[in-house]
Design a protein around this ligand. Structure first.
Ligand SMILES: [Zn+2]
Length: 331
């Protein structure tokens, strides 16, 4: 288990052992925390043959050895073969009502191994409204000993009626020092501590996303793109390159936002401590010369632009056009 999940894993396992875990749990937290792994561990703990056996008792100590990892149920879960464990995982845009109907049907049958049934719904926010409504009844009247684990990094997109029927558990963003130590242990290196902290900041504190970002060499791309953005006012011929670069990934606009925020901080004469792009102070200082009014306006408009692009799912928006207008305004 990832070090930042040890404590929540133990707390949740204790609830399972003490039979205080509700039949529906909503596990919330940002992307890249390892929610899937934690969900798997909890599912295994629920199914482990030692969880509710009398001789183990229900002391807090028991939580430390659940799931045991070697009973028949644990071995089946680890092999991805437990007939009472059902995992909904999809690369599609949505989880359909048919998928949820099949799941609720399966949950209503009795458990094969007599230890209850567990369903895990990953990225639960992908459920269509019809799918969510189909799940409601099961959440209200769970069949037998079944447990539902809903996992989501965007729980606000779930129907309020789904959220309110679940025991909710928010996984916090882990402490930066803990994550940086873990990254070093993984052999994921950067050119210095400022670079590591910046990588964590641009990934909003997410350990696994930071690892993937550094491993993929994305940090180089960020430095290059932000450099081009800073040069745009003097070199307008870069407009097309910058525009294409910013549209590659939604997170690229966040990088630019962090640059403008840091530049504004410097333009206001505030301390350099707490810069989000700690590894790019000269670049931030360069952009800070745009001045406070220009930076404030550019930042406001960029935040608005990101919001428009994010909420435009399914609606016709021309992101290229909107971005070009913004870039032209700031140069
Ligand atoms: Zn076991």
């Amino acid at each position: 288990m990832y070090p930042w999940l040890n404590e929540p894993a133990q707390q949740l396992t204790r609830l399972i052992v003490q039979q205080q875990l509700g039949h529906a749990l909503l596990l919330k937290g940002i992307d890249g925390l390892g929610k899937r792994e934690l969900g798997q561990q909890l599912a295994q703990a629920l199914l482990c043959q030692h969880t509710s056996s009398e001789e183990q008792g229900t002391t807090q100590d028991t939580a430390a050895i659940i799931p045991c990892g070697h009973c028949h149920a644990c071995q089946l879960v680890q092999a991805g073969n437990h007939s009472d464990l059902h995992i909904i995982r999809t690369d599609q845009r949505s989880i359909s009502v048919d998928t949820i109907r099949q799941l609720t049907q399966v949950l209503s049958d009795s458990a094969r191994l007599g230890h209850g049934k567990v369903a895990v719904i990953e990225q639960a926010e992908k459920m269509t409204e019809a799918a969510a409504n189909a799940l409601l009844k099961t959440l209200e009247e769970p069949a037998g000993q079944s447990h539902l684990l809903l996992i989501s990094s965007q729980p606000e997109r779930l129907l309020p009626t789904i959220r309110s029927r679940c025991q909710q558990w928010l996984l916090p963003v882990p402490d930066a020092t803990l994550v940086l130590n873990w990254l070093a242990e993984q052999g994921v290196t950067t050119s210095g501590s400022a670079a590591s902290l910046t990588a964590l900041n641009v990934n909003q504190g997410s350990p696994l996303n930071t690892r993937d970002y550094l491993t993929a060499g994305t940090d180089q791309r960020r430095l290059q793109l932000l450099q081009q953005c800073a040069e745009l006012r003097l070199q307008p011929q870069l407009l097309t390159t910058v525009q294409a670069g910013l549209l590659e990934q939604p997170v690229h606009l966040l990088w630019l936002q962090l640059l403008l925020q840091d530049a504004l901080q410097l333009a206001l004469g505030l301390s350099t401590t707490g810069l989000r792009l700690a590894d790019s102070e000269p670049l931030c200082r360069n952009v800070s010369q745009w001045g406070v009014p220009k930076l404030t306006q550019a930042l406001d408009e960029l935040v608005q632009l990101r919001r428009t692009l994010q909420s435009s799912a399914g609606r016709p928006v021309n992101p290229g056009l909107q971005l070009t207008q913004w870039l032209t305004n700031i140069t």
